[in-house]
Design a protein around this ligand. Structure first.
Ligand code: NDP
Length: 252
């Protein structure tokens, strides 16, 4: 079930990492409500064209911008060009992320850098690149994808957990800094959601994790996209700086 919010129609929203998983479900849910979905891609032009077609078929407009969230120069250039020539962006979902499950002892410095650069710095830099544009846009809502692991910690995910915990401090600061301009910023902390990221877990681990979840199953990408749409819409107009868990009760 996808909840609909009338104010998302024609809203221009950038979703990073919308090529698959949670990001793609968010893009499709927004497009089906008539939003203009702006998505980033990292070079595969044919895949980007296919994604644009899928979003447009769902009912919205779609524009692909070519940048990697770790490449500040390409990102600012693509975003500036879009906001100056097409329309201001009034919604942002910082969803792009990577994980590497390894004990801290085995984690290589390069792996720490790429997790922090993608998950935390990527989120900070995309938000910063859009902050001037946000001052010109109306009813701006930023949704940052954290993780339950950023609240609880998890063995074998030290760098990932640190990156997601960092997103919470960053988001609360942005919420305070931009509230006077009616820019809101909230964090979603999913538990285990069925995507390629969790597909990588072995069956035994999936079974063990499911046992620890009161609702006894992994969540779906549509369940996360519903919450994202709510936070992007004016239905959540008095919420900012919030950290919302969507985890089947795992954190209880
Ligand atoms: P996926 O691995 O399925 O997809 C990740 C997306 O991020 C892909 O579209 C990928 O692009 C993009 N991406 C990765 N690195 C970069 C980069 N440097 N620049 C631009 N785009 C990039 O992940 P999920 O859908 O599972 O997760 C989405 C978000 O939700 C992540 O932030 C993740 O940490 C978070 N999350 C997920 C949970 C889960 O259980 N699945 C639980 C808690 C949080 P490309 O297609 O080009 O590789």
């Amino acid at each position: 079930m996808i909840a609909t919010y009338s104010d998302l129609k024609n809203k221009v929203i950038l979703v990073t990492g919308a090529g698959r998983g949670i990001g793609k479900a968010i893009g499709l849910a927004l497009a089906s409500q008539g939003a203009h979905v702006v998505f980033n891609y990292r070079g595969d032009e044919a895949k980007a064209a296919g994604l644009k077609e899928e979003f447009e078929k769902a009912g919205g407009k779609a524009t692909g911008l070519k940048f990697d969230v770790t490449d500040y120069e390409a990102m600012t250039k693509a975003i500036d060009e879009f906001t100056k020539t097409v329309a201001p962006i009034s919604g942002l979902v910082n969803n792009a992320g990577i994980s590497k499950d390894t004990l801290l002892l085995r984690l290589k410095p390069d792996e720490i850098n790429s997790i922090i650069d993608t998950n935390l710095k990527g989120c900070m830099l995309v938000t910063q690149a859009l902050s001037r544009n946000f001052l010109r846009a109306e009813n701006v809502s930023i949704v940052n994808m954290g993780s339950i692991v950023g609240l609880m910690g998890n063995a074998s995910q030290a760098a990932y957990a640190a990156s997601k915990a960092g997103i919470i401090g960053f988001s609360k600061s942005v919420a305070k800094e931009l509230a006077s301009r009616n820019v809101r910023c909230n964090v979603i902390c999913p538990g285990f959601i069925q995507t390629e990221m969790t597909e990588a877990l072995n069956e035994k681990a999936k079974e063990e994790y499911s046992k620890a979840i009161p609702l006894a199953r992994f969540g779906t990408t549509d369940e996360v996209s519903n919450l994202t749409c709510f936070l992007l819409s004016q239905a959540s107009s008095y919420m900012t700086g919030e950290v919302l868990k969507i985890d089947g009760g795992l954190y209880i």
